[in-house]
Design a protein around this ligand. Structure first.
Ligand SMILES: [Zn+2]
Length: 366
């Protein structure tokens, strides 16, 4: 079976749709040609120059990493820093670069579920569900113009729901209007009440896309005055930040620290001590300090994350053990998710775990 860069990208995006990534993120195919054949793919947390060199040595045509090597754009490509060096080496060696970052953080069975699985948590659920990211756009249009207006709306991103697009609902009816002096009606006559066979069309739309969808819709609409409603949608989705669950049995704080260090293979755990046993665990792979209050409100005995600042350690008021296990350590098992997704989809396809430890932080413990 011939597997291409596009096939791998599609498999990863079926699992973690790109529209679930945060607005600041840059997940997806960063470098490469979707039609290129991939015989083996290297899986890594970061894409560094060392990882690209490993891919060259192991004859991999693609690197799938959690963190995007290109994050905020490149204005030139001259090899002046480690990012450009990695990108140039990848292009020269025909290696495609793909990143699956905050979309993998936000889905229910992504980065955080992998940590929960390692720790053996039960009853795991999203800690901070996403809400208020969508609007519903409702418009009224002549039946005859349905196809073109619908195309205009969907091409700008409205009507996407997980791995479906072109999602809409419509119902037929009769619209009425009377054009007054000064109007330039495309249907009906000045001064006469007009009845038109219309369709009421409803689509969901990400808030960030609302303006461009409206612009495209109004351009395609024959009416001089287009009637539409924008409604804020408050639905919460089974996606979002962090996870909370329970240990099989409650643990003494010291036993828990030992268990955490061993399970997540950390050299160091930075923590705030508490004097109660640990059962309920909140966690967030990567930088999760924004979830401390949420974890406390959810009754967590411990919160596992990374990148905590000094003052943030005070915020748990000693009622919850904050454990900073390191950014790399918290996400190091993420590559197992990529391997599972790709081996389920392409059973005979070779995925290799990178052997490069890309953690830029070392611990001096002597
Ligand atoms: Zn991260």
């Amino acid at each position: 079976m011939r597997v291409t860069v596009g096939d791998i990208s599609n498999a990863l995006e079926e699992f973690a749709p790109l529209n679930y990534q945060e607005a600041y993120d840059n997940s997806g195919l960063l470098v490469g040609d979707r039609h290129q054949e991939v015989k083996s793919c290297l899986l890594s947390i970061d894409c560094t120059i060392e990882v690209v060199e490993e891919a060259i040595a192991k004859k991999c045509q693609m690197i799938v990493s959690h963190h995007p090597i290109v994050f905020s754009g490149l204005k030139s490509l001259t090899g002046k820093n480690h990012i450009e060096q990695a990108v140039i080496a990848a292009i020269k060696n025909k290696i495609s670069l793909y990143a699956c970052h905050t979309n993998l953080d936000n889905i229910r069975y992504g980065v955080n579920d992998k940590i929960a699985e390692k720790l053996g948590l039960t009853n795991a659920r999203i800690l901070l569900k996403k809400s208020a990211t969508l609007s519903k756009i409702i418009t009224y249009l002549p039946e005859l113009n349905l196809a073109e207006i619908q195309a205009a709306i969907h091409q700008e991103g409205a009507g996407q729901l997980g791995n479906y697009d072109f999602c809409s609902f419509r119902v037929g009816g009769v619209g009425t209007f009377r054009a007054l002096d000064g109007a330039n009606p495309s249907m009906g006559q000045i001064g006469k009440i007009h009845e038109e066979s219309e369709v009421k069309l409803e689509v969901l739309c990400q808030n960030k896309d609302v303006n461009k969808v409206l612009k495209s819709m109004i351009q395609a609409h024959p009416y001089e005055e287009v009637a539409y409603d924008i409604i804020a949608v408050q639905n919460q989705w089974e996606m979002g930040s962090g996870l909370i669950g329970e240990l099989a049995e409650e643990m003494d704080p010291n036993d828990f620290l030992e268990y955490l260090k061993k399970t997540m293979q950390c050299e160091v755990v930075k923590y705030v001590p508490i004097s109660k046993n640990i059962k309920k665990i909140a966690l967030c792979g990567g930088a999760g300090s924004f979830l401390v209050k949420k974890a406390m409100a959810a009754g967590a005995d411990a919160f596992i994350t990374s990148d905590m600042k000094y003052h943030e350690f005070f915020s748990a008021e000693k009622s919850m053990m904050i454990c900073d296990i390191g950014h790399y350590e918290s996400e190091k098992y993420t590559t197992e998710i990529f391997a599972k997704v790709l081996s389920d989809k392409f059973p005979n396809f070779a995925t290799l775990f990178s052997e490069t430890n890309t953690n830029p932080i070392k611990y001096y413990t002597k």
